[in-house]
Design a protein. Structure first.
Length: 288
């Protein structure tokens, strides 16, 4: 399958492109998109920015696709995405600015005795080939599989690409508990002792769930930052090609030492921590 086009490089590109805008954003600005980013650090980052500049940012969800396309259509001032842009996103109209690293994790109820899983076992669960927790050393209970119903969602696309090395549709997963966004999916696992789902590590650590080690590696910030945990991925801010002045200021803040410190304080791997990670997307744009 085709590879991925590298996200816009920071530094010189930001200096020449982001800083050329002349119009000023209305207060408050609007951010929308990736639920993982929203839960992980966006609220704290927006609070820090408001304290520093006086500009408030209204935060909504909507998923990664919304975070890309709504910025392109000027429905949002800026957005968030936990997947690369797709050909159908018309990426030439949107800048993808990486601000952090995340990873996909398998989550279960805290009372589930299973602590780890292999990549092969995780694939078999989602294909309906493993259906009972006793096959994994757990209780004799049917496994309730939760997943993102939207195949182009940040978690949905990334899991298919990184976990299965293919971009299959949601119909290829076994029948289970389908949700359109990560938040409700994580909440469902909090309440269902026999459920399993895949979501972002950055938001899972803020839920009352257990994250499973994968192939013997814990999804800790350290292991993600070192590239030891396998299913890592970048997190982006999305901005238009002609961003408003306050949007520029927020991007600069998110990339600053202060902004990156806020991201790290929230338990997410920032750019400095993950500076040795190779981009799992190989820097190209998927053709779907």
């Amino acid at each position: 399958m085709p590879g991925f086009i590298r996200a816009i490089a920071l530094g010189a590109v930001l200096a020449t492109t982001l800083l050329t805008a002349t119009h000023v954003a209305a207060d408050p600005m609007r951010w929308g998109g990736c639920g993982i980013t929203k839960k992980a650090f966006m609220s704290s980052l927006a609070e820090g920015f408001q304290e520093k500049t006086g500009t408030r940012i209204e935060i909504e969800g909507g998923g990664a696709t919304h975070g890309i396309r709504a910025v392109k259509e000027h429905e949002l001032d800026l957005g968030g995405a936990c997947r690369p842009a797709l050909a159908k996103d018309k990426r030439e109209d949107v800048q993808m600015v990486q601000v952090a690293w995340d990873a996909l994790v398998a989550i279960v109820h805290p009372d589930n005795p299973v602590d780890e899983i292999s990549s092969e076992e995780l694939q078999k669960i989602f294909r309906g080939e493993i259906t009972n927790w006793k096959e994994l050393g757990g209780p004799d209970k049917f496994i309730i599989v939760g997943y993102r119903s939207e195949e182009l969602s940040g978690v949905g696309l990334a899991f298919r690409e990184l976990g299965f090395r293919e971009t299959t549709g949601a119909g290829d997963f076994t029948k289970g508990l389908a949700h359109r966004s990560s938040g409700p999916l994580e909440i469902a696992v909090e309440k269902m002792p026999d459920a399993i789902a895949v979501t972002g590590a950055s938001s899972a650590r803020k839920r009352d769930v257990k994250t499973l080690d994968l192939d013997g590696v814990a999804p800790s910030a350290e292991n993600i930052a070192q590239g030891e945990y396998p299913l890592y991925r970048p997190l982006f801010l999305t901005v238009s090609k002609d961003p408003e002045t306050e949007v520029e200021r927020f991007v600069d803040f998110a990339l600053s030492e202060e902004g990156q410190g806020i991201i790290a304080d929230e338990g997410t791997v920032n750019l400095e921590m993950g500076k040795g990670i190779d981009n799992p997307w190989g820097g190209a744009q998927i053709e779907l």
